[in-house]
Design a protein around this ligand. Structure first.
Ligand SMILES: *[C@@H]1O[C@H](CO)[C@@H](O)[C@H](O)[C@H]1NC(C)=O
Ligand SMILES: *[C@@H]1O[C@H](CO)[C@@H](O)[C@H](O)[C@H]1NC(C)=O
Ligand SMILES: *[C@@H]1O[C@H](CO)[C@@H](O)[C@H](O)[C@H]1NC(C)=O
Length: 360
């Protein structure tokens, strides 16, 4: 056990170096209970000597509150783990980004993810609470086999770009059990992702669970085998969303959304293949969207269009399956409808609103 006693960066670095350098047993770095540690940006660098390193967070870790304190610091990280293969993080502690002084400032030069995992594998993070990030709360990139369970993520609805969890260039991720309230996507899945299972999530407020945006600036993307199951969306702007930029290349395929519950969601089911800046007229490329299924989705829509499959005329969407869906208006007595363009697929069981615009 490597206990930390002070907020000094040096104390954290020393404890990490000791835990990471310990070859025998299961070395654990402990952030003790009942104390608050003000921590400047820190990189927990691997690889480590033992098979698994533990980080037990029992106390509270807070970020510098005043943007001035970030002057000259690396804004691309606050708490970052890199090249660690075998990491176990747990505890009843809080990680507070104290981002409120950043929220009304422009995006540039703001600290980015408050907690990041880069080039890591076999990572297990459970029970921790992440609040008030300046921007993204958690970012995972260039990694493999990452597991999150029982997380709490919370920032106000009005805080810009405070995505809950963003994943890119990573395979084999399991997010099971999270309560997420944020000013942007609860979970967003970016390029280079495969085998991502997301289940038992409560999302809201926030922008929902998004695949994308993908294919910006004509880039080529690959996203496949994503499963989103058992999610409650509470007053979010979107529920299950896929968004791709016009002019992008590559694909997003084999994506399942199941057991969804919507409460007053603005766009419960939405595909937008027309995501664009100004100069997207006459593009002949697009990100292929195929084999997307929606099953067992119930609840209320805040807008009259409960299902929107807005696919572009160049690549379109194919293999869209819908089964057992019932979405009604959040305003009693108002109708809701489905709208689609260039979307091919099939409907099984009862789907309300019905989707006659889905092409065979
Ligand atoms: C995701 O779920 C599928 C289907 O149950 C399973 O085969 C796969 O191993 C799971 N992946 C992860 C990373 O948990
Ligand atoms: C998308 O991800 C793939 C696979 O990881 C990678 O080869 C490609 O460069 C990425 N594209 C962009 C635009 O980042
Ligand atoms: C876009 O396409 C339309 C119809 O094909 C054409 O009239 C227009 O000039 C094109 N615009 C550009 C910027 O190429």
């Amino acid at each position: 056990m490597f206990l930390i006693f002070t907020s000094k960066l040096q104390a954290f670095s020393k404890a990490w170096t000791a835990a990471c350098g310990e070859a025998s047993g299961f070395p654990v770095m402990v952030i003790p209970e009942g104390k608050t540690f003000l921590l400047m940006p820190i990189l927990f660098q691997g690889p480590c000597k033992s098979k698994t390193v533990g980080v037990k967070i029992l106390g509270t870790i807070v970020a510098p509150e005043n943007p001035v304190m970030w002057n000259g610091k690396d804004i691309d990280l606050w708490l970052a783990f890199k090249d660690v293969h075998g990491l176990w993080m747990d505890g009843t502690g809080w990680i507070n980004g104290r981002g409120y002084n950043w929220w009304d400032q422009s995006c540039r030069n703001k600290p980015k993810p408050m907690f990041s995992i880069y080039s890591c594998s076999e990572v297990f993070v459970s029970n921790l609470k992440f609040i008030n990030s300046p921007q993204f709360h958690i970012k995972v990139g260039w990694s493999n086999k990452i597991h999150f369970t029982k997380l709490l993520i919370n920032s106000p609805e009005t805080s810009p770009n405070t995505d809950g969890i963003h994943i890119e260039a990573t395979s084999h991720v399991n997010i099971h059990g999270a309560v997420i309230a944020a000013g942007d996507d609860c979970i967003s899945i970016g390029n280079g992702t495969s085998d991502i299972n997301i289940s038992n999530i409560i999302c809201g407020p926030g922008h929902g669970i998004s695949i994308g945006s993908l294919g910006r600036g004509g880039s080529t993307v690959t996203v496949d085998h994503i499963s989103v199951t058992n999610v409650k969306f509470l007053r979010t702007t979107n529920g299950a969303r896929i968004k791709t930029w016009q002019g992008g290349r590559g694909y997003a395929s084999n994506i399942k959304f199941e057991q969804l519950e919507f409460t007053e969601v603005q766009n419960p089911i939405i595909i937008d293949q027309y995501y664009c800046d100004k100069q997207c007229k006459n593009v002949t490329e697009g990100v292929q969207i195929s084999d997307i299924s929606y099953r067992e989705a119930f609840g209320t829509s805040k807008t009259p269009i409960a299902i929107s499959l807005n696919c572009d005329e160049t690549v379109g969407c194919k293999g869209i399956f819908m089964e057992n869906i019932k979405i009604t208006s959040a305003i009693p007595g108002k109708p809701v409808t489905a709208s689609c363009s260039n979307a091919k697929g099939k409907v099984y069981g009862v789907v309300q609103p019905n989707v006659p615009c889905l092409l065979h």
